[in-house]
Design a protein around this ligand. Structure first.
Ligand SMILES: Cc1cc2nc3c(=O)[nH]c(=O)nc-3n(C[C@H](O)[C@H](O)[C@H](O)COP(=O)(O)O)c2cc1C
Ligand SMILES: C=C(O[C@@H]1CC(C(=O)O)=C[C@@H](OP(=O)(O)O)[C@H]1O)C(=O)O
Length: 390
């Protein structure tokens, strides 16, 4: 499968076209809408989220609730567009009118794509950069991810995300019985954290940062269970699934690091406390005593749950302004802002789930076929029983 996204933060809509989704998959708008709503939530979001009510329109590739195998076009409207039609319209309005509509943006925000993007594409008005570099685009990545999750669910593969840390407050003793348990419990927390005490402290940390005109980041974790053994490959660098997951999570706006399993911790512990011993039983086939490597060996899935973590930096737009330079006057200035999220880590955990689901679904179809769900299901079942007895 592949997908493209198009759309600006304050333009009329966001669009994705997904190609390669197998036929006969049951798919309803509500499957996508529930994840869109989850992405809009989470403590720490700004006023924009009160304006938007993200709902998908399925424009092609689905008939009477089932995919046809044709490209699927998904669209989400920007409600805020009505306030931006003049500023963001596609038709030329002339230089004078442009000045009237709004002063062009010449003041790059530290931590955003503004300055590098303006220099790269030759934009003297940095709105052209801001609009597309905004994390508003993650709306349709979540829509594509919801389709991927629907494919995975048909094979009993479940994907769940939660928050492990916000602004230095860490979730302690986090345990869960299954991904379903993880999802239900993270959903009950406004910061999507399984540790209730830490959830309260995280919200306090967000409030304190906001009060101080600052922002805070954190760590999210995504877990995938019931994955067949051998997705991905060791034979070529660009087929390693752990590497694809790392790239996918890193591609989320503001993400600065990714780890799989114990990740960076592996630097401080001996091999005997890193590698997962192999066991076999008739029912489950090959499993591991532990899952410190987070479901991967040699760029392939081991069949143990996949565990991926990503770190999100604090939101760059601050009410306490950082110094920058106006590109027209070259004078220093301190940015003033109208609205921003103060922490989007809980929301980003939903985006992380989505991009991970996409990569796993893609790897699954690469291994077991693309055309229709029934054939793929037969192939997966055959593989699972062969792997058990191998
Ligand atoms: C869900 C989500 C919401 C975000 N909201 C904001 C925001 O309100 N204000 C802001 O300055 N940055 C926000 N960001 C982060 C910026 O989009 C991001 O830092 C910026 O595009 C620069 O990209 P980089 O941090 O990956 O280098 C958000 C990111 C995500 C994932
Ligand atoms: C719109 C979304 O997030 C936006 C991401 C974002 C940024 O700079 O990345 C800046 C803010 O946009 P605005 O300036 O319009 O308030 C966020 O609200 C969204 O997540 O749907």
């Amino acid at each position: 499968m592949r997908y493209l996204t198009a759309g600006e933060s304050h333009g009329p809509q966001l669009t994705t076209i997904i190609e390669g989704v197998p036929a006969q998959l049951e798919l309803l708008a509500e499957d996508v809408n529930k994840d869109l709503a989850r992405r809009q939530g989470g403590y720490g979001r700004g006023r924009r989220m009160q304006i938007e009510k993200d709902q998908v329109q399925i424009l092609s590739g689905v008939r009477h609730g089932k995919t046809t195998g044709a490209p699927i076009a998904l669209v989400v409207e920007n409600k805020d567009w009505t306030h931006w039609t003049k500023i963001m319209g596609a038709e030329p309005i002339g230089e004078e009118a442009e000045k009237e509509v709004k002063r062009k943006l010449t003041r790059p925000r530290p931590g955003h794509a503004d300055l590098n993007g303006a220099i790269k594409y030759g934009h003297r008005d940095m709105r052209n950069v801001l609009e597309r570099s905004s994390a508003r685009e993650t709306t349709v990545r979540v829509a594509a991810g919801a389709v991927a999750k629907k494919i995975l669910a048909s094979f009993g593969i479940k994907v769940g995300g939660h928050v492990l840390e916000i602004g230095g407050v860490k979730a302690e003793h986090v345990t869960y019985e299954s991904v379903e348990d993880l999802q239900t419990r993270s959903e009950a927390s406004q910061v999507r954290c399984l540790d209730e005490e830490a959830s309260v402290k995280m919200m306090e940390a967000i409030d304190a940062a906001k009060k101080d005109g600052d922002s805070i980041g954190g760590i999210v974790e995504v877990v995938v269970e019931n994955v067949p053994i051998g997705l991905g490959s060791y034979v070529h660098y660009d087929r390693k699934l752990d590497a694809k997951l790392a790239a996918a999570v890193m591609s989320i706006n503001a993400f600065k690091g990714v780890e799989i399993g114990i990740g960076f911790e592996a630097a401080h512990v001996p091999g005997s406390q890193v590698h997962d011993e192999i066991i076999w039983d008739e029912q489950k086939g090959y499993t591991r005593k532990t899952n410190r490597l987070g479901g991967f060996e040699g760029g392939m899935t081991t069949g143990m749950p996949i565990v991926v973590r990503g770190v999100m930096k604090p939101i760059p737009t601050l009410y306490k302004p950082l110094q920058s330079v106006d590109i027209d006057t070259k004078e220093p200035f301190e940015a003033s802002i109208e609205r921003s999220d103060s922490c989007a880590v809980p929301a980003a955990s939903v985006v992380a789930e989505s991009v991970v689901a996409w990569e796993i679904a893609n790897a699954l179809l690469e291994a077991f076929g693309h055309d229709q769900m029934e054939t793929i299901q037969e192939n997966v079942e055959r593989h699972q029983s062969k792997a058990r007895e191998f």
